[in-house]
Write a protein that binds this ligand. Structure first.
Ligand code: SAH
Length: 258
């Protein structure tokens, strides 16, 4: 039976999913609570990684080693970088780069030493599936969030984007830094603090990985009016609806063999 791992950095991001997922078993390893259960007849392990690349890499490794996860999905929030990537939109990763990796002049800027690459790809099939699920959900945003929330956050026809996500151990919250990132890596759609690390771990283990991020801010001086409230009322609900839609369309591996 395939086991799906679901990760978020912060409790608020995964709150709606955890509230829905039957909590069959809770296993604590290295200070992390792994919720082992079933969601829509899929075997699922859901866990919070905490914030940053090291915390996320440790958590991903535990999911793969201890819980035999063979598909891993990250869901959470990110800062928008690409033109037209607005607060309330969703970015599905096609690939990841660690924007603060710099072993130059020994290795080219952004290249992860000894991997011969800067970019780690998301699994193409998984990303397409999550894209379709995201489009389905955002097409009915009012139904999932409520009209009041749409109005409160001025969300107007939220869109799904697919492309490059940057990760690094820094909350990007100045226009100058955001501009520098866009100049250095013009393809980037969003920036966060975990994805590239998890992608590297999944690359090492040969396990498919994908990520869905709701844009919570524009990674600039205009800090979001209420980050926590946005996550609770928008991002967390998107995560629940998108993953739920994705699982509905996904045939459990092993189903039909009995
Ligand atoms: N002010 C928040 C900060 C959390 S750190 C708090 O006190 O809780 C930000 C988290 O959201 C990270 O897990 C990261 O992956 C994501 N994120 C959202 N916007 C980001 C940005 N502009 N730069 C970097 N990470 C961002």
């Amino acid at each position: 039976m395939a086991v799906i791992g679901i990760m978020s950095a912060m409790n608020e991001e995964l709150a709606a999913v955890l509230a829905t997922m039957p909590d069959e078993q809770r296993v604590t390893v290295a200070g992390r609570d792994f919720r082992v259960g079933r969601w829509q007849s899929h075997a699922v392990v859901a866990v919070l990684s905490r914030i940053g690349t090291v915390a996320a890499a440790t958590t991903a490794t535990l999911l793969l080693e201890r819980f035999q996860v063979d598909t891993l999905v990250f869901t959470g929030v990110a800062g928008g970088l690409g033109a037209g990537v607005r607060v309330g939109d969703v970015v599905v990763a096609q690939g990841f780069v660690q924007h603060d990796m710099d072993a130059s002049p020994l290795f080219p800027r952004h290249e992860v030493p000894l991997y011969g690459r800067a970019r780690f790809e998301a699994d193409a099939d998984l990303s397409l599936q999550l894209c379709a699920a995201s489009q389905q959900v955002l097409g009915h945003a009012a139904q999932h969030l409520g009209a009041n929330t749409l109005m409160a956050f001025q969300l107007d026809s939220p869109r799904v984007h697919q492309g490059l996500i940057l990760s690094g151990d820094r909350f990007v919250s100045t226009s100058a830094e955001s501009l520098a990132l866009r100049r250095a890596l013009p393809d980037a759609l969003a920036v966060e603090m975990e994805g590239a690390a998890v992608a590297q771990v999944c690359h090492d283990y040969g396990v498919p990985f994908a990520a869905v991020r709701t844009i919570s801010d524009r990674a600039d001086d205009a800090a979001h009016t209420d980050f926590q409230r946005f996550i609770r009322d928008v991002a967390s609900r998107y995560s629940l609806a998108i993953l739920s839609q994705w699982l509905t369309c996904r045939q459990p591996v092993g189903a039909g063999l009995i």
